[in-house]
Design a protein around this ligand. Structure first.
Ligand code: ADE
Ligand code: ZN
Length: 342
């Protein structure tokens, strides 16, 4: 396949997105529009000025701006509009299933009610299913820079919404906030029937991935790119079939790797790990899912087989049922069959 054909394949192949913070899809234009209707004054005078601030040197420097941006979100309509805009984009990128993170504590600490956040996002997911045919799950993340007590409090707040939330995750500042800090709250969440994931090995060491596996019993690792530093860990991830939700453009913006050409995605794949490509916080990192695929294809010479495997992995690594996974994988095979005829 030549480069144009590979580009077409990337754009048309059915995909799932498994690592996406809904607050990280807040485009500058929408941020300004919501700020205006909510009478909130932003620190920046224009979209151009705001975009100039998107120059990060590590995870923390990004998070400071990300939480500031999320401050404009006050009403159910704001969360709805944010989620709907993302789903429309995904529809245009042939993304058929999404598992969306949200950060309730980033909102409840500002006095926004838990139900305002969940209802706004969830209503958009329902419309996404009905009008766009996209299926969607919601994963509530605990902010790891806050206390485990605050996480437990948030877990309690989520109880009336258990049927709308499929799982819990762990995000925010990784260094010095190891997964073990949240052992008890994850145990409780699992006893309530929540599925579990955690960010680990983005900036933090392989030991944090071990902790996410052994203390939190997670079913997926978000990022996990530092696993390659530990051979025993790689073997364990393969043995347990733990998906890694890798976010290539995010890793470049946050200086986890200096250039995309140096990203270890291809090596993770060649070791036999269940790797997926995701966009993390696309409004801040310069690209949604297809842009992540396209940039990786160019920088790492991804082949047709790589693209096919990554698309299959995105469904295999999801929380869909076995039957739904088979349904989506059949759809991928249909597209690949057609594209190989040309
Ligand atoms: N919250 C939003 N994006 C994140 C990331 N890449 N890592 C940790 N926490 C986050
Ligand atoms: Zn993330």
């Amino acid at each position: 396949m030549n480069n144009t054909e590979l580009e077409t394949l990337i754009k048309t192949i059915p995909k799932a997105e498994l690592h996406l913070h809904i607050e990280g899809t807040l485009e500058p234009e929408l941020m300004f529009a919501i700020a205006k209707r909510n009478n909130i004054s932003l620190k920046y005078n224009s979209i151009q000025e705001l975009k100039l601030a998107y120059n990060f040197h590590n995870l923390q420097s990004f998070l400071d701006i990300y939480y500031e941006g999320a401050n404009v979100l006050l009403h159910e309509r704001d969360f709805y509009d944010l989620t709907w805009a993302y789903l429309e984009k995904m529809h245009n990128e042939n993304v058929l299933h999404v598992e969306i993170f949200f950060d309730p504590q980033a909102h409840t600490k500002r006095g926004v009610a838990f139900d305002t956040v969940v209802n706004g996002i969830y209503k958009a997911l329902e419309d996404g299913k009905r009008k766009l045919g996209i299926s969607g799950y919601l994963i509530m993340c605990f902010l790891r820079h806050l206390s485990s007590e605050s996480a437990t409090e948030t877990l309690k707040l989520s109880m009336p919404f258990k049927d709308k939330i499929i799982g819990v995750g762990l995000d925010s500042s990784e260094i010095n906030n190891p997964p073990s800090k949240f052992k008890e709250v994850f145990k409780k969440a699992m006893s309530y029937g929540y599925l579990t994931v955690a960010h680990a090995g983005e900036e933090g060491p392989p030991e944090y991935i071990w902790e996410a596996l052994n203390s939190l019993n997670v079913l997926r690792i978000d990022h996990g790119v530092r696993c390659l530093e530990d051979k025993t860990l790689i073997d364990e991830l393969i043995k347990r079939r733990i998906p890694l939700t890798v976010c290539p453009l995010s890793n470049i913006k946050l200086k986890v790797f200096s250039r995309l050409e140096e990203h270890n995605l291809k090596e993770l794949l060649s070791r036999g790990l269940l790797v997926t490509i995701n966009s993390d916080d696309p409004a801040y990192f310069g690209g949604y899912i297809n842009e992540n695929f396209l940039a990786c294809q160019k920088a790492l010479q991804l082949t047709k087989e790589d693209i096919y495997n990554l698309a299959i992995n995105s469904f295999l690594g999801s929380f869909l049922s076995k039957k739904e996974k088979t349904h989506f994988i059949n759809k991928i095979n249909d597209v690949v069959k057609i594209s190989s005829k040309h």
